[in-house]
Design a protein around this ligand. Structure first.
Ligand SMILES: Cc1cc2nc3c(=O)[nH]c(=O)nc-3n(C[C@H](O)[C@H](O)[C@H](O)COP(=O)(O)OP(=O)(O)OC[C@H]3O[C@@H](n4cnc5c(N)ncnc54)[C@H](O)[C@@H]3O)c2cc1C
Length: 297
């Protein structure tokens, strides 16, 4: 089923994101996490893709395994940076032939020292969206949104114009980058509404569970902003265990607030771990997504 149809249902839809493991041990850990997360009844799961094609086979392998061995609805991420039209066509054909009907269409970022030049066929995600829409009309298409802004965007007006170009090219829903202040998300949603962007917006949530992860996250998320109260709470944390508790508590409060404000969807960046997401559901007093979603009916 297309994610946009899932998001049309009453209630809130919850998605979990995984990245493709690089070796057998990580793969076993991931599938243990997945088996622990399945009882939470996610409406969909997604698998990331290494920009420049660095994880093409790994992503495809995980996506098709999830498709084959579970009843989960799977979204495959795909980036266009450094990829030729023919290369993208091959990848999309293989997804299509494996029964995948949901793609998260992204530009991606050129990996450092990758040697990738601009001379690829697509410069921006909007072009990838158009290509998928035209050549694979059965595919559902998600796109990225940035409540805190994307660092390459010169200003907030252009940001929404570029986002609208992706929507007009045929995207069905937006999934946002992680954020730690829900006001950034609500402000983003309002700006979309004013611009006439009517497709559903799914909020991206990532619990911070360790100091190293926090630094890495700020880097990966292109400079995520940590609100002062969160930084203060991290500063008080005596050890790794308390640091994790603070991060999970903050994410839990974000989710509670988003649910109370009737968002269409929440997407957890799990980093292939089950514990933080399980703890969030537990602290909210529910055992699965259906119970959490019912709160808004
Ligand atoms: C939910 C989510 C999942 C992600 N998953 C992955 C993943 O699996 N793999 C991965 O490598 N990355 C992933 N990313 C990161 C993403 O690829 C990067 O943040 C990338 O820099 C932006 O991608 P985009 O699709 O938003 O690009 P675009 O929409 O193309 O935007 C990129 C930049 O170009 C600007 N821009 C767009 N159109 C124009 C135009 N016509 N003229 C001038 N400027 C323009 C935009 O404002 C923006 O600053 C993900 C991000 C999110 C939010």
């Amino acid at each position: 089923m297309h994610i946009s149809n899932i998001l049309k249902n009453n209630g809130i839809s919850f998605g979990f994101e995984f990245f493709p493991p690089k070796d057998q041990k990580s793969s076993q850990q991931l599938f243990t996490s997945i088996s622990e997360l399945i009882p939470l009844q996610p409406a969909f799961v997604s698998v990331t893709y290494g920009a420049g094609g660095s994880t093409t086979d790994l992503t495809h392998g995980l996506v098709t395994r999830l498709q084959r061995e579970t009843s989960l609805t799977v979204v495959s991420h795909m980036t266009c940076v450094g990829t030729t039209l023919n290369g993208l066509r091959d990848i999309l054909d293989s997804y299509y032939n494996s029964g995948i009907r949901n793609i998260m269409a992204l530009r991606g970022d050129k990996p450092k020292n990758s040697g990738i030049t601009e001379a690829n066929d697509f410069r921006y995600a909007a072009e990838l969206v158009s290509f998928i829409k035209k050549n694979y009309p059965d595919m559902g298409i998600g796109i990225a949104g940035f409540p805190e802004g994307h660092p390459e965007t010169p200003n907030r007006l252009k940001e929404i114009d570029y986002l609208k170009a992706k929507v007009d090219a045929g995207a069905d829903y937006i999934c946002t980058q992680l954020f730690f202040d829900n006001h950034d998300f609500y402000d983003f949603c309002e700006r979309c509404e004013i611009a006439g962007i009517k497709i559903p917006i799914v909020a991206g949530i990532m619990p911070v569970t360790n100091r190293k992860g926090m630094e890495r996250m700020a880097e990966l998320a292109l400079g995520a902003r940590f609100p002062a109260p969160l930084l203060k709470a991290f500063g008080r944390a005596q050890d790794d265990e308390h640091f994790e508790k603070v991060g999970i508590h903050w994410a839990t409060e974000q989710v509670r607030d988003l649910v109370d404000n009737k968002v269409r969807g929440i997407h957890f960046f799990t980093l292939n771990k089950s514990k933080p997401t399980l703890k969030i559901y537990d602290s909210l007093g529910v055992t699965n997504s259906v119970e959490l979603s019912r709160e808004i009916n």
